[in-house]
Design a protein around this ligand. Structure first.
Ligand SMILES: [Zn+2]
Length: 337
């Protein structure tokens, strides 16, 4: 069971962040006339930042976008209020990622919005999730392969939220994120056919931008001296696989989880063996364990941002900018520059 962790929920920061970004809040939807539109614009509700970014970029001026997860709030364990659930049923389109936020999944099942775009349905999901507890430690000589080589038996039935399920962090792989962008574009066209030309055009532009980002990751990481990076929670499995890297996470797929002593010991071994020079922390979750580990090993720390929200500490204003900051941080950590 997940337990609400007050320490990570900082509502004050969230409100300040919301104001700073000028984000339309969900209450804006309450003025819609029941057709999923406000002032002629489609009301799109996104579950968390990466979905919001797609809806805003592809929807452009034809949509109003609101997000269930406020800026600067870590999204995994979000709780949805009854009011938000009711608003979902009035949305013109709901864009979410099934399997990331159990309470959002439940609220959508309950609200039954007319148009729903599930990001997970537009790409393939894999199971990256079991190595972090140390039982299948990468230190074992019997496991010469990396995750990428053995993680392909994707759990296609996306219905096992809670237990060891498919890794939901698809947006951190620009190739998968582009596939999701195309799916969201199609869903917008279906929900609002009058603006389909706009959605098509914006989808094409965004896909092109994501493809350039993918190319930059490929060329930027060329000539690196190491493949292994240590990250706080296991958000970068798809990114690692895409670019031939190896993620070693301190906690699991959910940032709530604390590493076992065995896992911490395993990370010490990996760091030495793979000549790791950096321990990455995140902007939205506690950096305590990452900084302790770095201190014990005399390594530097840096930010590798899973972009689960954009807040005041984010290194950029949107997904593309923060991904470019991530690339720079990886280049530095892996000796590619
Ligand atoms: Zn995550």
């Amino acid at each position: 069971m997940r337990v609400m962790n007050i320490r990570r929920l900082r509502p004050t920061t969230a409100l300040v962040g919301a104001a700073a970004l000028g984000l339309t809040t969900l209450t804006a939807c309450s003025t819609n006339a029941g057709d999923g539109r406000t002032d002629g614009k489609l009301d799109v509700v996104a579950s968390f930042y990466p979905m919001q970014f797609l809806a805003q970029r592809i929807g452009g001026n034809a949509v109003h976008v609101s997000s269930l997860t406020k800026p600067g709030v870590e999204p995994h364990d979000l709780e949805i209020s009854p009011r938000q659930t009711a608003d979902l049923s009035e949305a013109g389109l709901v864009v979410y990622l099934k399997g990331l936020q159990p309470s959002v999944d439940r609220a959508i099942a309950q609200a039954e919005p007319k148009h729903v775009a599930d990001a997970a349905s537009y790409t393939s999901l894999e199971d990256h999730g079991t190595e972090v507890e140390g039982e299948h430690g990468h230190g074992g000589e019997d496991e010469a392969g990396h995750e990428g080589e053995k993680g392909h038996d994707a759990h296609e039935g996306h219905d096992h939220s809670g237990d060891a399920a498919a890794d939901p962090h698809i947006w951190l792989d620009p190739v998968r994120y582009a596939q999701v962008a195309k799916g969201v574009g199609k869903a917008l066209e279906k929900a609002d056919p009058d603006h389909s030309a706009t959605y098509k055009k914006n989808t094409t532009a965004l896909v092109k931008e994501l493809s350039a980002l993918d190319q930059d990751f490929r060329s930027g990481l060329k000539g690196r001296s190491s493949d292994t990076f240590i990250t706080t929670h296991a958000a970068f499995g798809y990114l690692a696989e895409r670019y031939g890297l190896r993620q070693e996470a301190i906690s699991g797929l959910d940032p709530e989880s604390e590493p076992s002593p065995a896992r911490v010991k395993g990370l010490h071994t990996i760091a030495k063996k793979d000549k790791v020079n950096t321990v990455f922390f995140e902007t939205l979750v506690s950096d305590r364990t990452a900084k302790t580990l770095a201190g014990d090993l005399h390594l530097r720390t840096d930010v590798l941002d899973p972009i689960e929200g954009i807040g005041s500490k984010s290194r950029g204003d949107d997904y593309i900018q923060v991904m470019r900051a991530n690339l720079k941080a990886l280049e530095k950590a892996l000796g590619a520059k």
